[in-house]
Design a protein around this ligand. Structure first.
Ligand SMILES: OC[C@H]1O[C@H](O[C@H]2O[C@H](CO)[C@@H](O)[C@H](O)[C@H]2O)[C@H](O)[C@@H](O)[C@@H]1O
Length: 589
C-alpha cells in the first residue's frame, strides 16, 4: 500500500508536505488512490487488443471488463500471450474469437434471472388513480419489466469470486438494463420508488441490504457492483431509499439494521478528500462535500476511450489529474457534462473535483435529516440530536455558499484554488457557476426547502418556481439537463428521469396549489414522451430528448440504452402521485 501512496505523490505535494508536514489535510488527497487488480489489468489489455483488432465501430469497452474467466488468471494470461500478433498489436479476428470462446464466459452470465417472489401481475391497489385504460395497460407492462430486470448473483461467482469482476452481493437485485448488467447505486433509489408503487416491498428491501453489504466491506456504497467500481461512489441516496421503504412498511427493525451503515456512509462523505471548509462573506466557517474519486488511472470500463482522450495531454501528471476528474465525474452520476468542464467543447478541461456541487450537498442534507429521524424513532437520542445539528449546519452552508438571492436558485461553487494545502476557502460571489443546470433546482426536493422551513429562505418555493420558469430548461417533453448542446449525455437536449422526478416531487411537496400544478404539468409531459417512445420502439429508455414528445436521448460515450430501471421507477412513481384521468389524452398533443 505504501508503494501506491508514494507513487501517487506529485512534486508540489512533496513541497507542501515538507513545508506543512504538521497539516494532515495537505497530505491526504494524493494518498487516496486505490490499487487495480491483476484481473482488471488483464481484462483491460484484452479490451485494448479487441479494439485494435475489431476497430471502433460498435465497440463497447465495458463488455470486456465484464467477461468472467473460465480458468485461473495465469492460465488465461498465458494463452492470451501466445496469440499471434502483428507489429501494431492486432490479433487475427478468428484467433481472438476462439480465445474468448475458450477462456472467457459471456458477459452477463455471472448473474441469473431472478423470479421475484413478491411480483404479482396485477397487484391489489396498484396505481389506484390511473383510470385511463390505455395508460393502465401500459403501466402494467412497465410493472412487468421488473421480471426482466431482476437478477441474482450466479453460484459460480460465490464459488470462485477471483474469476469475476462482478461482486458477490448476497440478495436479489434489479439492474438498469442492456449494458448495465449490475446494480447501480443512485439508480436504485428510483428502482425502489417503482418497486414500492408495484407493492414489491421485499424486493425493495433486498436492494438496500445489498448496498449495505458494500458498506460493510468497503466503507461506502460503490458506483456499481463490479470490482472496477470500487474506486468511487455515486450520489448518496441510501438514506432516501431506507426512508421510502419505512414510510410504506413501518418496519422499525429494518431501520435499526440500516442505521449503523448510514453512519459509516455519512463519515465517508464528510471526511478526508470529500470534505471542504469555507469561510462565508460574514466570516462564518462552513463544511460542504464534493465528488473525488480514489483513482488517477483510466476507468477500466472505458479505458480505451479515456486513454484516447488523454493522449493530447503531455505529462504523466496531467494525464493522472484528468483520469481522476473523469472518475470523479462518474462518481457524480453526471458522466459527462459541461457542468464539470472549463471548456464545454473539450473533455480534457474537466475539473470535477474543483466543483462543490449543489445536488450532492442536498443529498447529504437529506441523509442528515433522515439519520436524525431514524435515530429518534429507534430511541438513540444523542445521535438524533447530533444529526439534527449537522443538518442545520449544512442548511446554513448551502444558504451561504450556493443560494443566489437575485437568481433565486442554488449554484454550484467553483474552487479557484483546489490546492490540497488550502485549509479554508474564502467564498466569493463570482465563483458561483451561474449557468443553468437542472441540478440548480434539486434542493426543492429536500423537505426544509420545499416546505419553506429554512430560516433564511422561508417561503422560497414560489421564487424558485419563477426562476425555473425563466431558466430556459422547461421544454415540451420535460426539463433539459442544461442549456449547452455539447454531445455529452448529461447536457442539452437530454432529460433524465431522476432529475425530472426530484424537481416534480419537490414542487408537489411544497404543498402549494401552484407547486402541484407546475409539477403535474411537467410530469404529464414526461409521462407522454415515455409512452410515445414506448409505443414507437417497444422499450423504456435510459434518457429522452426533451425537445420533442416521443424522442429518446443520445450523446455520450456509449449507445443509448433501454430497459430501463430508473425510467420505469419514475413512471410508476409519477402515475402513483398524479394518476391519469379517463378523459386525459395520453398521446403527444
Ligand atoms: O460506462 C460508462 C459509465 O456508465 C455509467 O454511467 C451511466 O449509467 C449509470 C447507470 O444507469 C448511471 O448511474 C450514470 O448516471 C450514467 O451516467 C457508470 O455509472 C459510470 O461509472 C461509467 O463510467
Amino acid at each position: 500500500m505504501a508503494y501506491y501512496y508514494y507513487q501517487a505523490l506529485k512534486p508540489h505535494t512533496l513541497y507542501c508536505l515538507l513545508l506543512f508536514s504538521s497539516l494532515l489535510p495537505c497530505f491526504i488527497p494524493y494518498n487516496n488512490t486505490k490499487p487495480s487488480t491483476p484481473l482488471i489489468a488483464f481484462l483491460e489489455s484484452l479490451q485494448s487488443t479487441a479494439l485494435q483488432t475489431l476497430g471502433p465501430k460498435d465497440f463497447d469497452p465495458k463488455l470486456y471488463v465484464d467477461l468472467p474467466l473460465k480458468h485461473d488468471l495465469p492460465v488465461v494470461e498465458s494463452a492470451f500471450a501466445k496469440l499471434p500478433r502483428s507489429a501494431n498489436g492486432t490479433v487475427p479476428v478468428e484467433d481472438l474469437d476462439l480465445f474468448i470462446e475458450r477462456y472467457l464466459g459471456r458477459a452477463g452470465t455471472d448473474m441469473v434471472l431472478h423470479e421475484p417472489s413478491d411480483f404479482v401481475a396485477d397487484p391489489d391497489g396498484f396505481l389506484p388513480k390511473v383510470e385511463n385504460s390505455k395508460v393502465r395497460t401500459w403501466a402494467l407492462e412497465v410493472h412487468s419489466l421488473w421480471k426482466n430486470l431482476s437478477r441474482e448473483v450466479a453460484d459460480a461467482v460465490r464459488e470462485r469470486p477471483g474469476l469475476h469482476t462482478l461482486l458477490p452481493l448476497p440478495g436479489p437485485l434489479v439492474v438498469p438494463g442492456s449494458r448495465f448488467r449490475e446494480v447501480y447505486y443512485w439508480d436504485s433509489y428510483w428502482v425502489i420508488r417503482g418497486l414500492l408503487a408495484s407493492k414489491m416491498y421485499d424486493s425493495a428491501k433486498a436492494i438496500v441490504n445489498n448496498l449495505i453489504s458494500l458498506i460493510d466491506v468497503y466503507g461506502f456504497v460503490l458506483n456499481g457492483s463490479r470490482a472496477y467500481y470500487s474506486n468511487r461512489s455515486q450520489p448518496p441516496l441510501l438514506s432516501a431509499m431506507v426512508f421510502e421503504i419505512f414510510s410504506r412498511t413501518g418496519d422499525l427493525d429494518f431501520i435499526k439494521k440500516c442505521l449503523p451503515s448510514l453512519l459509516k456512509e455519512h463519515h465517508f462523505w464528510n471526511s478526508g478528500i470529500h470534505k471542504l471548509t469555507f469561510q462565508d462573506s460574514q466570516g462564518k466557517k462552513h463544511s460542504l462535500s464534493r465528488y473525488y474519486a480514489m483513482w488517477n488511472k483510466p476507468r477500466p470500463e472505458s479505458a480505451t476511450m479515456d486513454k484516447e482522450s488523454a493522449s493530447k495531454l503531455q505529462t504523466i501528471s496531467a494525464k493522472e489529474s484528468f483520469y481522476r476528474e473523469l472518475a470523479s465525474a462518474a462518481e457524480s452520476g453526471w458522466d459527462f457534462s459541461s457542468r464539470w468542464m472549463r471548456d464545454s467543447s473539450d473533455l480534457t478541461t474537466l475539473v470535477t473535483t474543483s466543483v462543490v456541487p449543489v445536488d450532492l450537498n442536498a443529498y447529504i442534507l437529506k441523509m442528515e435529516l433522515d439519520i436524525a429521524f431514524f435515530a429518534q424513532i429507534t430511541g438513540d437520542h444523542s445521535t438524533a440530536d447530533k444529526f439534527s445539528v449537522a443538518s442545520q449546519a449544512r442548511r446554513a452552508a448551502m444558504d451561504s455558499i450556493f443560494w443566489n438571492n437575485k437568481m433565486n436558485q442554488w449554484f454550484d461553487y467553483w474552487l479557484t484554488d483546489n490546492s490540497i494545502c488550502e485549509e479554508v476557502h474564502m467564498w466569493e460571489s463570482n465563483n458561483q457557476n451561474k449557468k443553468m443546470f437542472a441540478s440548480n433546482f434539486i434542493p426543492v426536493w429536500i423537505k426544509p426547502y420545499s416546505t419553506g422551513l429554512c430560516s433564511k429562505n422561508g417561503g422560497i418555493v414560489k421564487k424558485v418556481m419563477k426562476s425555473l420558469q425563466r431558466s430556459g430548461l422547461l421544454y415540451p417533453a420535460g426539463i433539459a439537463t442544461s442549456l449547452s448542446k455539447t454531445g455529452q449525455q448529461w447536457d442539452f437536449p437530454n432529460g433524465w428521469a431522476p432529475l425530472i422526478h426530484m424537481i416534480v416531487e419537490g414542487l408537489v411537496k411544497s404543498g402549494t396549489k401552484e407547486g402541484r400544478s407546475m409539477g403535474e404539468d411537467i410530469a404529464v409531459r414526461w409521462i407522454r414522451t415515455n409512452y410515445a417512445a414506448y409505443k414507437k420502439t417497444g422499450a423504456m429508455h435510459e434518457k429522452y430528448d426533451v425537445e420533442a414528445c416521443g424522442a429518446s436521448g443520445g450523446g455520450g460515450e456509449y449507445v443509448p440504452q433501454t430497459g430501463f430501471g430508473w425510467t420505469n421507477g419514475v413512471i410508476l412513481a409519477l402515475l402513483e402521485e398524479f394518476g391519469w384521468p379517463k378523459d386525459r389524452e395520453i398521446n403527444c398533443s
